[in-house]
Ligand binder design. Structure first.
Ligand code: ACO
Length: 426
């Protein structure tokens, strides 16, 4: 058979043909969906390093080239030319908005940013001091209790409303989770502010929503901070079938409510091998303490007997510079210039980067700095508390998760996600 792969079972000499499918970009895939029926065997792929779990037309990554496209548009171009909300529109609608569509979308999200008063009680039920990621996951799931009856699982316009609603509310949920974690009263959204400014406002304002009392002081919001955070949201908006998105799709495959699928995505993102790495990067830089100690920690990262890993380095897909990291590296330089930053953490980070990019261990394993290596340093420069780094990732990624959820729902012939195992027990 042309365009197929033949598998020969050396025990019996039997051969089996499997079709090769071609995408519009990226490697071809071998369709093994009939593998078990044909051969009586399963395939084994620890951590899915060689498995495509779905078809998708949202995001494309070329890990060897270090390229990332949302709906066919390069991430660098989107980060430079578009707002995060335009990127949300693009992911949800497969086209950038016109000026009018952009305005309408923005306005709708501003109005949808409020939370039901009864949901506020949920935040208060958690001990103050709890990590905002745990609260975020619970609050996202709880949102399904407020919007369950309105969801017609067969109606696309309801999907879209449901999507815009959670994108609009996630900054409010994140800000409330943070304020509760420090024992501060909630600041309601202000619809006169843009998406990103509003989030900073809800986090930073004094009780009663007082802001701009001291424009140069700690708690005001600078234009450059809004632009930087907006870019960070854009860079995090989607990343094809990563661990959290796969969790969302797995939950979607059982037919559960989209907001509990998002809640599962948030939980998966929290781990330090995934989105939690941005928090770990800063903790690690603080642990290293000074530029003089960098060499010793690099040696630990290279020691196979030591479990220590350099946080913010390496990626399952990128075997080249993470394109998002490149955008953030430039942003870091810009912030350093405009906000006159030259912190100890930045010096340690650039020393690590310099050594790792030239060290044989990292070079031969193609371990480059990833998005989390830079985002942590930038968020610190924006005076964002460390516990909010991963929630900020959540705000950016929610649109990606929900776009993938919609795509899953609209795809024909999807099945419940149900892998098999190689049993080694009694
Ligand atoms: N520091 C030191 N060595 C590393 C690192 C690191 N950060 N990452 C990978 N390696 C080494 C491994 O020890 C292994 O070496 P070996 O071949 O001698 O055994 C080799 O590189 C391959 O590593 P794997 O763990 O097999 O790679 P995998 O693709 O499974 O893991 C991951 C990718 C989880 C991102 C890994 O690189 C890592 O743990 N990085 C640190 C955490 C991090 O930054 N996560 C954020 C990822 S980006 C994101 O989710 C937004």
């Amino acid at each position: 058979m042309n365009n197929s792969v033949t598998v020969i079972d050396n025990r019996t000499g039997k051969s089996y043909d499997f079709k090769i499918l071609n995408g519009t970009r990226g490697p071809s895939v071998v369709d093994i969906s009939s593998f078990y029926a044909d051969t009586g065997m399963f395939t084994f792929d620890n951590g899915y390093t060689s498995t495509a779990s779905c078809t998708s037309s949202i995001t494309f990554i070329d890990g060897a080239k270090g390229e990332l496209l949302y709906r066919g548009i390069k991430i660098e171009k989107l980060a430079e030319e578009n707002s995060y909300l335009d990127v949300c529109y693009l992911l949800l609608n497969d086209a950038l908005p016109s000026q009018e569509e952009s305005k309408k979308f923005d306005l709708e999200l501003r109005h949808r940013s409020f939370l039901h008063e009864e949901l506020l009680e949920l935040f208060k039920a958690f001990p103050s001091g709890s990590h905002p990621m745990a609260t975020l996951s619970a609050a996202a799931a709880a949102l399904s209790t407020f919007h369950f009856n309105h969801l017609d699982m067969c109606n696309e316009s309801e999907y879209q409303t449901m999507a815009r609603r959670i994108v609009a509310k996630m900054p409010t949920i994140a800000a409330f989770a943070y304020r509760h974690s420090i024992g501060a009263s909630f600041i309601q959204p202000d619809i006169t502010r843009s998406y990103t400014e509003n989030f900073l406002y809800m986090m930073r304002a004094y009780p009663g929503g007082k802001m701009h009392v001291d424009p140069d002081g700690e708690r005001s919001i600078k234009e450059i901070e809004i632009k930087a955070l907006d870019t960070i949201f854009t860079l995090h908006a989607d990343h094809e079938q990563n661990a959290s998105t796969t969790s969302v799709r797995n939950v979607a495959s059982t037919g559960a409510h989209p907001y509990v699928a998002i809640s599962a995505g948030i939980s998966a993102l929290w781990g330090r091998a995934h989105g939690g790495a941005n928090e770990s990067v800063i903790k690690q830089l603080e642990m290293i303490g000074s530029v003089e100690n960098v060499d010793a920690f690099i040696s630990r990262a290279k020691d196979p007997e030591d479990e220590f890993r350099l946080m913010g380095f390496g990626h399952r897909v990128y075997k080249n510079f993470d394109p998002r990291a490149r955008v953030l590296k430039n942003l870091q330089v810009q912030l350093q210039d405009e906000l006159h930053l030259d912190s100890n953490l930045m010096q340690i980070a650039s020393k690590i980067e310099e050594i790792a990019l030239n060290d044989e261990y990292f070079v031969s394993r193609k371990l480059y700095p990833n998005i989390d290596f830079y985002s942590g340093v930038i968020l610190t420069a924006l005076k964002i508390p460390t516990s909010m780094f991963t929630p900020i990732f959540v705000i950016g990624r929610t649109v990606g998760w929900i776009s993938q959820w919609i795509e899953f729902k609209k795809s024909k012939g999807t099945k419940i996600a149900r892998p098999r195992q190689l049993y080694l027990g009694k």
